[in-house]
Design a protein around this ligand. Structure first.
Ligand code: ADP
Length: 835
């Protein structure tokens, strides 16, 4: 065909609103007379190969004259003709090549024209190839953006390599104006045509992109409007059907009202508003509404910036502390110093006070007094048994039944955000796999961090920096080390009997009398009676049980008073105590009734403060086994070994066989065997008890002792001297043996206690034995020629001690000393074994 460039005649079909290109197959609907004529002519056997399709200059012209028709058109083949019922004809044509009208051959009936086929000029292949590629890409983009062109068309277009063919095919798929199409048809050069097409394609793509952007924007807006409409409708439906809807509305109003009146942080406010909005969308009785409601309740119940007027007037604080507590001079002083510092700095800073001491010594009530003195509210959080970080910091809201942590819960209780916050028993926390609560507590107590304390439940920062934290502990050892770092420890050691009597008279009894409604009665508890209660019914360093017993007395009185209103004056004698409290629970004084062999009083510090702890030793025939019972810790076992080694080294002087230990088993037991015990301070007690058992010399029952022992018999310093002396005094001991290195600490011990006790300060175990064992001639004990030098100094010191101690009293020897002579057997007479 390409070579057939002859001018040929062809019937002309004028097109109104379409330009047909080569390579296009299009259906045409033909109705006009002249057009139908042209069609008939073409189909006749007149020898026409093709029909010439050419656009009218004006689509509206009904009967176009030759000048109304474009000269350039397309020679096309007729594929199919279908006559329709309305008289029109549908004809399927296929464009073949461009042509130009040379002249009109016939104009009657139909137009027949002479057509000159137009030849595409040869052009630069490489340039064309590049252009073809660009057009392919652009067309691909176009198809992607334009959903009306199917992907199959893209696939078929992609197979076209020829520039002219590509241009003509693509043009068919573009929504171009007729004028543009005609212009493209008239561009015979493929390069020119393709370039023009490329520009049009690009412009089209741009338009499509803008369209797409607009479409998505509009779509989003439409979606939003739709959603809002939907929700509003839902709310309306709900408000129509729910009885509780009105209530719900007023609940929401109330919530909004509360938000307005709360001084919420910006963050909290935004959060709360968001949650209220969510709540509005929910069904009032639904589970998720309950969750949101609970959350909102918590936030709105917290004291956001609500503060009590806090003031620190040290003089007034002193008054308050003195009013509430008897004694405790040192403790009060430390507290006042702390308050003085706090009154000078603008923000609470520095370490947290930690009141350490046994139960019932007034730690909690001191903290309460501090709150009263500083005008702050008071709240207490018991940390005993807390073992989970979430208990401090709360559970995430995703958990069912989640709650804020105890810190936040307590603040709700406090009602203000600057309370005195008592962290009770920080030593009783433990950690497990769920995270260490002490780490969370560290954050709470760190002034650098606690301005933004993050509770898991609240999911908001809460400011704890105005809270005055005070901690308490029974055992300092129980406090995790990093926490101890944050604390300023003030120890509250425990009371003497004298102090207890005064506390009972001034504080406990009046309080219990008031609490039992006996305010108007005249109630008198002589000192002797209080002592009887202390001795017979309590065994403690503090006064909690004493207070309890006094409360019992008050209750019993109340009962009798209710029965007989004339009994308005009461004086309780010591004898009547049993009437109120029943038989005594404890023996007054706790020492043994008689001096005994192998039984020695030690002194220990327990969670109740100091305590008397006796050591029992029994020797039986055996092979030198050392048995230790009574739940003794490693340190205690080692000090028992050390005591034994010392005794072995002193065997000749003690008059024992040099190998006594090979023929005897030594059993050391500390009663109350279920309670774990540890520490080095029982060293001299164990040594004394063992020596007593070996020599069968009793130990004085009114002596108690404490001290660490070394292998060479030196006595080293111990801890907790004050508590131990108080315990000894409580227990009715008269002589206490302490390490010389501890003498300095005696000034901390109440004068009255020191007056009642004889304190013997020692440097070595020999001195201990001389003071503790019931010996006929103590000053000659352990005196041997080989230790002449030692003896002199010992006797010297001994003399001085004797002066202080006064009369030793009659010496009771329970049984004759066993093998006191050097070289004698260490075994008890019952032993059947021979050495
Ligand atoms: P803790 O917290 O140390 O276990 P509490 O503070 O609960 O002890 O004290 C127990 C009771 O003893 C309280 O009623 C307290 O008022 C009273 N109390 C303790 N020490 C004194 C004291 N020095 N003066 C007056 N009352 C005291």
């Amino acid at each position: 065909m390409a070579d057939d460039l002859r001018v040929r005649p062809a019937p002309l079909l004028p097109l109104r609103d379409i330009v047909v290109f080569p390579f296009q197959v299009v259906p045409l609907f033909v109705g006009r007379e002249k057009s139908l004529g042209a069609l008939e002519e073409a189909m006749s056997t007149g020898g026409y190969q093709e029909i010439f399709l050419s656009a009218q200059r004006q689509a509206g012209t009904e009967e176009p004259s030759p000048s109304d028709i474009h000269e350039v058109g397309t020679l096309a083949g007729i594929i199919q003709v279908v006559r329709l019922s309305d008289g029109t004809v549908k004809v399927l044509v296929e464009g073949r090549r461009r042509g130009r009208v040379k002249r009109f051959v016939r104009t009657d009936g139909c137009y027949v024209v002479d057509v000159e086929p137009l030849l595409e000029p040869a052009e630069d292949e490489a340039e064309l190839a590049a252009l073809v590629r660009e057009v392919h890409l652009a067309f691909e983009t176009f198809v992607k953006l334009n959903k009306r062109v199917s992907p199959e068309i893209l696939a078929s277009v992609q197979t076209i390599d020829g520039a002219g063919a590509l241009a003509d095919t693509v043009i068919g798929h573009l929504p171009l104006k007729l004028g543009d199409k005609q212009r493209l048809l008239e561009q015979v050069s493929p390069w020119d045509r393709l370039t023009s097409l490329y520009e049009l394609l690009k412009a089209e793509i741009e338009v499509l992109e803008v369209e797409r952007r607009i479409r998505t924007k509009v779509k989003r807006r439409a979606e939003r409007v739709e959603k809002e409409q939907y929700l509003n409708e839902q709310i309306q439906v709900l408000s129509k059907d729910g009885d509780g809807r009105d209530e719900f509305k007023s609940e929401i109003n109330e919530l909004e009202e509360r938000v307005r009146h709360k001084n919420l942080s910006e963050e909290a406010k935004a959060k709360v508003e968001k949650e209220i909005k969510k709540l509005k969308m929910m069904a009032p009785m639904s589970a998720e509404a309950a969750v949101v409601r609970n959350y909102l309740d918590w936030i709105l119940a917290l004291p956001w910036g609500d503060q009590s007027q806090s003031r620190i007037d040290v003089a007034e604080a002193q008054m308050v502390l003195d009013e509430d507590h008897f004694g405790l001079t040192k403790v009060k002083e430390r507290i006042l110093e702390y308050l003085a510092v706090q009154s000078l700095v603008p923000k609470l800073k520095g370490p947290i006070l930690c009141l350490a001491g046994p139960p019932g010594v007034g730690k909690t009530s001191l903290a309460r007094s501090i709150a009263r003195a500083t005008g702050r509210n008071f709240v207490r959080l018991a940390l005993g048994g807390v073992r989970d970080e979430a208990e401090i910091r709360g559970h995430r809201r995703t958990y069912i039944g989640a709650l804020p942590g105890k810190i936040i819960q307590s603040l709700k209780k406090a009602g203000t955000d600057n309370p005195v916050f008592l962290l009770d028993e920080v030593d009783k926390m433990s950690a497990d796999f769920r995270g260490d609560p002490s780490a969370a507590l560290l954050e709470v107590l760190d002034p650098e961090q606690n301005g933004t304390f993050a509770d898991h439940f609240l999911e908001l920062d809460y400011d704890l920096s105005n809270v005055m934290f005070i901690a308490t502990a029974n055992y300092l050892q129980g406090i995790p080390a990093p926490l101890q770092d944050r604390l300023e420890i003030i120890s509250v050691p425990g009371y003497t009997e004298f102090e207890k009597v005064s506390i009972a008279a001034r504080h406990l009894l009046p309080k219990q009398q008031r609490d039992s409604g006996l305010g108007e009665l005249k109630l008198e508890l002589p000192e002797e009676t209080t002592r009887a209660v202390i001795h017979g019914y309590t065994k403690e360093s503090g006064v909690r049980n004493l207070e309890r017993e006094l409360a019992t007395i008050c209750r019993k009185i109340a009962r009798e008073y209710v029965r007989d209103r004339s009994l308005t004056s009461w004086k309780i004698s010591p004898k009547r105590v049993a009437h109120f409290l029943g038989p005594a629970k404890f023996r007054s004084g706790r020492t043994e009734v008689a001096d005994a062999v192998g039984l020695c009083n030690g002194l220990a510090v327990t969670s109740y403060g100091g305590d008397l702890l006796s050591t029992e030793v029994s020797i039986v025939s055996g092979r030198g086994k050392l048995v230790l019972t009574g739940k003794l810790g490693d340190v205690m076992q080692e000090s028992a070994q050390a005591a034994l080694s010392y005794i072995r080294s002193r065997a000749p002087s003690l008059g024992l066989d040099i190998d006594f230990h090979n023929r005897a088993d030594i059993h050391i037991h500390l009663p109350e065997g279920a309670i774990p015990k540890d520490g080095p301070s029982a060293g001299i007690t164990m040594a004394t008890a063992v020596v007593s058992a070996l020599l069968r010399v009793p130990v004085r029952r009114d002596v108690a002792m404490t001290g660490e022992i070394t292998l060479r018999g030196r006595v080293l310093a111990i801890g907790g001297l004050k508590e131990k002396l108080l315990a000894a005094h409580r227990a009715g001991v008269t002589t206490v043996i302490i390490p010389k290195d501890n003498v300095r600490e005696l000034r901390d011990v109440p004068k009255k206690v020191l007056k009642a006790l004889k304190v013997v300060a020692v440097q070595n175990v020999d001195e201990v034995l001389r003071n503790a064992l019931v010996l006929p001639e103590p000053e000659t004990f352990l005196q041997s020629p080989s230790e002449a030098v030692d003896w002199r100094t010992v006797i010297d010191r001994r003399g001085r001690q004797e002066e202080r101690r006064g009369d030793l009293g009659p010496v009771a020897t329970a049984s004759p000393p066993l093998a006191l002579e050097p070289g004698g057997s260490a075994m008890p007479p019952s032993s059947g074994q021979s050495g």
